[in-house]
Design a protein around this ligand. Structure first.
Ligand SMILES: Cc1cc2nc3c(=O)[nH]c(=O)nc-3n(C[C@H](O)[C@H](O)[C@H](O)COP(=O)(O)O)c2cc1C
Length: 199
């Protein structure tokens, strides 16, 4: 009831809200990309969205390393060889989706490595960085770009961190590129399955 009167009084605001809803529901994890570069301007727009995320004590603990071309190849080659070495040690069946994620990292035009400066050593600093990542994914989707949030870098975290030479905590790699295809949405739990309402 309240919604209806609000929407009819502010039709423009209603369309803004619908776009937000489309971005939230329409964003997908994209695991296949076409071979087309993403302009630096678009990459910067995505990063700009990240900088508007909320953060613990407004500490803005996120930092980013953007890799394209030879720099991206060097990192993904290293990741691939680390995965291979680990697989020989612990067995291929324990490598999960890591090799597939590495292929996505190779295929996407851009790789954004996301850091947590973790200045205060708070757990909440990691939350700030996760919020920044979500902003990036939504902004990229609104620009027609695809993304994949890659946690599989944890299979080779130390060597990737050493390679990039930063004193921070590496949180994720974000593959960014023009989607070859957009997957169907995987199923979601309902609000009632994940929520308790207490009074
Ligand atoms: C913290 C985090 C780590 C993830 N790591 C990977 C990954 O390493 N490889 C991968 O293919 N997908 C990864 N994903 C993507 C999830 O598989 C995906 O978000 C989930 O299946 C829901 O699909 P959707 O993003 O299309 O809604 C990750 C997502 C999150 C939030």
């Amino acid at each position: 009831m309240c919604d209806l009167s609000f929407n009819s009084a502010f039709p423009l605001l209603k369309s803004v809200f619908m776009e937000l809803d489309e971005a939230i529901r329409g964003r997908r994890s994209v695991r296949s990309y076409i071979d087309r570069p993403v302009s630096l301007g678009l990459v910067r727009e995505v990063l700009e969205a990240a900088t508007w995320a909320p953060s613990a004590k407004n500490g803005q603990q996120w930092r980013f390393t953007v890799l394209t071309g030879a720099a991206k190849r060097r990192l993904t080659d290293l990741f691939r060889s680390e995965l291979q070495a680990l697989s020989e040690k612990i067995g291929a069946e324990r490598m999960g989706s890591s090799f597939a994620s590495c292929r996505v990292m190779k295929q996407a035009s851009v790789l954004i490595m996301v850091w947590n400066i973790n200045e205060r050593g708070w757990a909440t600093e990691e939350h700030s960085v996760a919020a920044a990542i979500q902003n990036m994914l939504l902004k990229a989707h609104s620009l027609g770009l695809g993304t994949l949030w890659i946690g599989d870098i944890y299979y080779a975290l130390d060597s990737l961190t050493r390679h990039l030479g930063k004193p921070w905590k590496l949180v994720a790699a974000i593959a960014l590129g023009w989607p070859a295809k957009t997957p169907k949405p995987p199923p979601r739990l309902t609000v009632d399955q994940v929520t308790e309402f207490l009074r």
